[in-house]
Design a protein around this ligand. Structure first.
Ligand SMILES: NC(=O)c1ccc[n+]([C@@H]2O[C@H](COP(=O)([O-])OP(=O)(O)OC[C@H]3O[C@@H](n4cnc5c(N)ncnc54)[C@H](O)[C@@H]3O)[C@@H](O)[C@H]2O)c1
Length: 255
C-alpha cells in the first residue's frame, strides 16, 4: 500500500502503459482518475479497478484542449478533494499523423504530435501544479528512450522524438523550479513496450532484429515494467528523487 489514499490523475489510462499504471496505483491504495479521450475503454478500466475493490473514476479529456484539462483537474478536486500525483502519460506517434524524417514530416504532422505529446503534457502540468503544491505532490511524465537517443535510421518519426525530448526539458524545468516547494517531477523513458503503439514494430522483422540488439533483456518490455517504476517514483520511497529520467529499456541506453 505504497500509495494509500493518494489521489492520482493518469492521462491516457484507457489502455497500454496508462492502464497498467492505473491498475498498479490502485493496487497500492491510490484513488484513480482514469483520464482519456476514449470513454468506452476508459470506463472499462475504471470498472475493472472498482470490481477489484479499488476507487476510480473516469474523465473524458483530450489533453491538447486547455479547457478540458482544466476541467479534469477541477473535477478531480470536486470528486476527491485533493490531488497528490499526476502521471502525464497520454501520447501519440506515427507516420499516419504525417510524422517522418524532418524533411518529410508534414507541418500538420508536426503540429498534431506536438499538440498531444508536448502541449498536452504542458497543460496537464500547468493545471495540476497549483493543486500538487498544496499536497507536496509529484509528477511522473512518460517520455521515451527516443527522447534520449537520436534517430538511427529505423526509427524515423522525428516529431515524436523531438516531443519526447521536450518532455524531459519540461520535467527538469519543473523539478528544478518547484523543489523548494516540495514538489517533485520525474520522467520515465521506456524502450519498446508491448502496447498498441508497438504494433507496427512487432511485425517488422528487420526492426525486431534491431530491437533484440538494443534491448537484450527483452526483446520487448511489458506495460507492468513501466507501471511499477511509476509507482516507485510517485511513492514516498522516492521522496528525495526529482529531475531524473529513468530508462526502462532492457539495456538500450546502456550501450
Ligand atoms: N509502447 C511503447 O513502446 C512506448 C515506448 C516509449 C514511450 N511510450 C509512451 O508511453 C505513453 C503511452 O503509450 P502506449 O504505448 O501505452 O500507447 P497506447 O496507444 O496503447 O495508449 C495511449 C493512450 O493515450 C490516449 N490518448 C492519446 N491521445 C490522447 C489525447 N489527446 N487526450 C487524452 N488521451 C489520449 C489513447 O486514447 C490511449 O488510451 C505514450 O506517451 C508513449 O509515447 C510508449
Amino acid at each position: 500500500m505504497r500509495l494509500k489514499d493518494k489521489v492520482a490523475i493518469i492521462t491516457g489510462a484507457a489502455q497500454g502503459i496508462g492502464q497498467s499504471c492505473a491498475e498498479s496505483f490502485a493496487r497500492e491504495g491510490a484513488k484513480i482518475v482514469v483520464a482519456d479521450r476514449f470513454s468506452q475503454r476508459g470506463e472499462q478500466v475504471m470498472a475493472s479497478i472498482v470490481a477489484l475493490g479499488g476507487d476510480a473514476t473516469f474523465m473524458e479529456v483530450d489533453v491538447s484542449q486547455p479547457e478540458q484539462v482544466e476541467a479534469m483537474v477541477s473535477q478531480t478536486i470536486n470528486h476527491y478533494g485533493k490531488l497528490d500525483v499526476l502521471v502525464s502519460n497520454a501520447g501519440v506517434g506515427g507516420r499516419r499523423f504525417g510524422d517522418g524524417p524532418i524533411h518529410e514530416c508534414t507541418i500538420e504532422g508536426w503540429d498534431a504530435i506536438m499538440a498531444v505529446n508536448l502541449r498536452g503534457m504542458f497543460l496537464a502540468c500547468k493545471y495540476a501544479i497549483p493543486e500538487l503544491l498544496k499536497t507536496r505532490g509529484n509528477i511522473v511524465t512518460v517520455s521515451s528512450i527516443l527522447g534520449l537517443v537520436g534517430s538511427q535510421g529505423l526509427y524515423d518519426t522525428h516529431a515524436y522524438m523531438t516531443s519526447k525530448a521536450g518532455i524531459i526539458g519540461l520535467m527538469r524545468t519543473i523539478a528544478a523550479y518547484y523543489a523548494k516547494d516540495g514538489l517533485r517531477a520525474n520522467a520515465l523513458a521506456p524502450g519498446l513496450v508491448d502496447t498498441q503503439m508497438a504494433k507496427r514494430t512487432k511485425v517488422d522483422k528487420e526492426l525486431m532484429e534491431q530491437i533484440e540488439f538494443w534491448q537484450p533483456l527483452g526483446p520487448i518490455g511489458e506495460v507492468r515494467d513501466v507501471a511499477e517504476a511509476a509507482v516507485f517514483l510517485a511513492s514516498d520511497e522516492a521522496k528525495f528523487i526529482t529531475g531524473v529520467v529513468l530508462p526502462i529499456d532492457g539495456g538500450w541506453s546502456a550501450q
